[in-house]
Design a protein around this ligand. Structure first.
Ligand code: ADP
Ligand code: ASP
Ligand code: MG
Length: 438
């Protein structure tokens, strides 16, 4: 069985939904994960923001605009007047439900319910459309099987068991549709897998059903060798190792949710990145195969803060780094990069929520300095230390750009460099020009 995920743009209009239907109806058993139509989750975030700020008028106005947009989709998506009426009644009920939030207390709990509506809308509308076309299909409610635990980690046992039960109820069905992104949390409340999390849904389902392949269908022909939003002349990478893809996703390649590679890697399930607008393009194949001797791609992660602790007295004495790390642990702040020397240690974080507390604690151990607005630029490929000269190519490409930190050797697949946000674009462009387009 294959698992196919279609992102927001791929289901972003009636026309796109029809194209997805043409792609998936081929008699082969599959689970199809859908995102919300593009723009919807952002609008739901905006509605929540108005509700938090006790501005029910603006929330209602935004809900009405969204409802109008969906009404236009209904007109274009369905053939018969009966179908249109049926879907309009469904939408009326969903939008009325959204309007109930404008009169009441609004907390994180309600916000999660509001954010879940996008995927509930898209999957129901899509399933209605397939049924109108007389396709045999079952809609699997994600809230009946997708669940995270107290730490926000997927409860894989629960997912496997409950998804298995649902699939068994439809043993004669070939085509299943379900919602990406949404889940229940440890307390049985509606929650989600963070923005962009539909990719994660697809890989968790793929792992649960031991799929033969996970396909992530989006609006571009695979993972490109640099961020096409930032850099000119990027091109698709045909093959990536799981580790390479995970590094790129973690360090900013938006095409993949950062955590979505792990379940596929653990289950050794190949992940294909494919383009809904160009279905014949090869895209990218992510698997456990390494291509030797190649630098593959560049990604960048913004909003990084670098913290330097200098202490002639204690540094590199045993136990010192532990004390430093414990401070970050106490404030639940993950560290991305580290560089050490005899007199100091520099590290980076991407979450400044507890920055002041962390600095206050670190000051007990040495002199602390902080640089905000930094960017980690990450080059991924076969960066085994035996490949003499690869890291030199990377550094040569960045000749003339100030580099604050370098991290190499943490894995065989990555070299990361910390630069100022102002140097992000020219660093990424220089890497493309020297490594891929020379
Ligand atoms: P979806 O809505 O299908 O989940 P996303 O917008 O999340 O799609 O991801 C696709 C987008 O990721 C592309 O349109 C592209 O702008 C962006 N992107 C960033 N880095 C890369 C990269 N290295 N390769 C391909 N796409 C990238
Ligand atoms: N709809 C969600 C979002 O916009 C999840 C996703 O598209 O992956 O973040
Ligand atoms: Mg996405």
């Amino acid at each position: 069985m294959k698992v196919l995920k279609f992102g927001g743009t791929s289901v972003g209009s009636a026309q796109r939904m029809k194209e997805v239907a043409n792609l998936i109806v081929d008699g082969q058993k599959k689970i199809v994960v859908l995102s919300a139509m593009s723009g919807t989750t952002n609008t739901l975030v905006e509605i929540s923001d108005y509700l938090y700020k006790r501005n029910p008028e603006a929330a209602n106005e935004t809900i009405n605009k969204l409802a109008e947009k969906y009404d236009g989709v209904v007109e274009a998506l369905y053939e018969t007047a009966e179908s249109k009426a049926e879907v309009r009644a469904f939408l009326q009920e969903r939008f009325d439900f959204l309007r109930t939030f404008t009169g009441n207390l609004f907390t994180l709990f309600e916000e999660k319910i509001v954010l879940a509506q996008g995927e509930l809308l898209s999957t129901n509308m899509f399933t209605f459309m397939l049924k109108e076309r007389k396709v045999q299909v079952a809609l699997l409610p994600a809230l009946e099987f997708m669940r995270v635990d107290k730490n926000g980690e997927p409860n894989q046992e629960y997912i496997r068991e409950n998804l298995g039960k649902l699939l068994a109820q439809h043993s004669d069905t070939e085509l299943f549709i379900t919602q990406g992104f949404i889940c229940l949390n440890a307390y049985g409340e509606v929650d989600n897998l963070k923005r962009g999390g539909s990719d994660y849904t697809a890989s968790l389902i793929g792992a649960a059903v031991k799929a033969s392949e996970i396909q992530i269908w989006t609006d571009i022909d695979g993972m490109h060798n640099n961020d096409p939003r930032v850099v000119d002349k990027t091109s698709p990478v045909s093959h990536l190792h799981f580790e390479e893809a995970a590094e790129l996703a973690y360090f900013g390649a938006k095409i993949l949710h950062p955590t979505c590679i792990l379940p596929a890697k653990l289950g050794n399930i190949p992940v294909r990145l494919l383009n809904t607008m160009q279905p014949d393009a090869f895209g990218t194949m992510i698997s456990n195969k390494t291509e030797k001797g190649k630098l593959k791609a560049v990604a960048a992660k913004e909003n990084i803060t670098a913290i330097k602790i200098q202490s002639g007295r204690m540094l590199l004495a045993y136990g010192f780094l532990r004390k430093v790390f414990e401070i970050f642990e106490t404030y639940q702040t993950p560290i991305d990069m580290i560089a050490t020397s005899e007199v100091g240690v520099s590290l980076t974080i991407d979450n400044n929520k507890h920055l002041q507390e962390i600095i206050d604690e670190l000051k007990k151990f040495g002199t602390v300095s902080v640089d905000t607005d930094m960017v980690i630029v990450c080059v991924v490929g076969d960066l085994d230390s035996e490949n003499v000269g690869f890291e030199a190519q990377v550094l040569n490409a960045l000749n003339g750009i100030p580099i604050r930190m370098i991290s190499y050797g943490g894995s065989n697949y990555n070299i990361s460099l910390l630069v100022k946000d102002a140097d992000k674009k020219r660093s990424m462009q220089a890497l493309s020009d020297h490594l891929f387009n020379a």
